[in-house]
Design a protein around this ligand. Structure first.
Ligand SMILES: Nc1ncnc2c1ncn2[C@@H]1O[C@H](COP(=O)(O)OP(=O)(O)OP(=O)(O)O)[C@@H](O)[C@H]1O
Length: 366
């Protein structure tokens, strides 16, 4: 059921441009001020801080990291739902926010960009209109993308997609309301609705976290099967490294590890898990017992401290240095940047550079 040829690809500004490209993107939020803090400078959370990454056609990127590290903010910025406070986000070479603000020469209108970049949320129940039947919810994207299609063909498409996502027989589900479906079925409807927009990219933001453990693999397999059918890329967000690994490995994609607003390591799933370059990736590995890695025997996390720094006031230099068991003076003083080519296995840690002054600086003992 390939739908990829139902929508012509938009005119790219640059034919070789990645599907979505982030260049030095920042999203800084001002925290709400208390009544008595009115004359103080507002606190700023650097939810995303200087991230550059490309997402190609039929790509899979699984973002992983602990709660509050900026995964959702980065995901929403990637699909044009969150305006960055710095840097640029491009879709096929078109600056998304220039399109939105209608500044400069626009090759791809914002409305087209937004429908190409879809999202499915952790809680599908809240994103499906409770007063509409499933068939009506799914009719909307078809009316938008194919306004000339008549009622019976629309119904046929909806039924065939419901069956494709495992809701069989479709007629049993089509006339129900969202509250008459299980969480897993609601998520399948949300996925179907996203797919009916013929998207180039779907952001799955903790889309399997609320599902029963037994259903998670089934849902990930379904998303990956449909990725092939619909010619779609996925940014898959999870706080669980084993789910990120499953999705990225089976989708032949990459894992991106986030820490305090930065991507600290990105690379092909298998290599990143088997041979992590960043000490924080090692912590995530340690915290994920079902990765079935060779037991290290360590009962304590491979960290000096377990407390998470305040995102309003992140540590100087490498943000992980306050917890990193390998940290030296050099890590407190300067900030490592990503090594290597875009698209390869890349790590932001001085330890990957054999000639770096890190190796001659004193270990941190505080
Ligand atoms: N609209 C907002 N206003 C102010 N701060 C925000 C806003 N959205 C997110 N933040 C803050 O930005 C940081 C990153 O949040 P984000 O939700 O992106 O992280 P996350 O890794 O997705 O976390 P989780 O796994 O808990 O959803 C957090 O400190 C959060 O409190």
């Amino acid at each position: 059921m390939s739908q990829s040829n139902t929508r012509a690809k938009p005119n790219s500004r640059d034919a070789d441009a990645p599907l979505v490209s982030l260049e030095n993107v920042e999203v800084h939020f001002e925290k709400d001020q208390g009544l008595f803090d009115f004359f103080e400078e507002p606190d700023v959370v650097k939810a995303v801080d200087g991230i550059s990454i490309d997402i190609e056609e039929n790509d899979v990127l699984a973002l992983v990291g602990e709660s509050g590290c900026g995964k959702s903010t980065l995901g929403k910025t990637t699909i044009g739902l969150q305006r960055p406070t710095g840097g640029t986000v491009r879709y096929r070479g078109q600056d998304i926010w220039a399109a939105k603000d209608q500044t400069g020469e626009i090759d791809i209108p914002f409305s087209e960009i937004r429908s190409s970049l879809q999202i499915i949320h952790q809680d599908p129940g809240s994103s499906l209109n409770p007063n509409q039947r499933i068939v009506d919810i799914l009719a909307q994207p078809i009316k938008q993308t194919h306004p000339d299609i008549g009622l019976s063909e629309r119904r046929e498409r909806i039924y065939s997609l419901l069956e494709r996502v495992g809701m069989n027989p479709a007629a049993d589900f089509a006339d129900r309301y969202p509250h008459q479906l299980s969480g897993g079925e609601q998520q399948r409807v949300a996925l179907s609705r996203a797919l009916l927009m013929n998207p180039d990219l779907i952001l799955a933001d903790e889309a399997i976290s609320a599902l029963d453990v037994s259903l998670r693999v089934e849902m990930m397999d379904l998303m990956l099967d449909l990725q092939a059918d619909f010619d779609t890329s996925f940014v898959f967000i999870s706080h669980d490294l084993s789910n990120a690994r499953y999705f990225a490995e089976h989708g032949d994609g990459r894992i991106g590890v986030m820490y305090l607003g930065e991507i600290v390591e990105v690379g092909p799933a298998e290599r990143l898990i088997e041979d992590p370059g960043h000490p924080y990736t090692n912590v995530l590995r340690w915290a994920t017992p079902d990765l079935a890695l060779h037991a290290t025997g360590a009962t304590e996390p491979p960290m000096r401290r377990i407390d998470i720094p305040d995102p309003v006031n992140p540590p100087s230099g490498c943000r992980f240095h306050t917890r990193c068991p390998e940290a030296r003076e050099a890590c407190r003083e300067s900030c490592p940047t990503m090594d290597g080519e875009r698209g390869a296995h890349r790590t932001a840690c001085f330890r990957t550079q054999p000639d770096h002054e890190y190796w001659d600086s004193a270990p941190l003992d505080d």
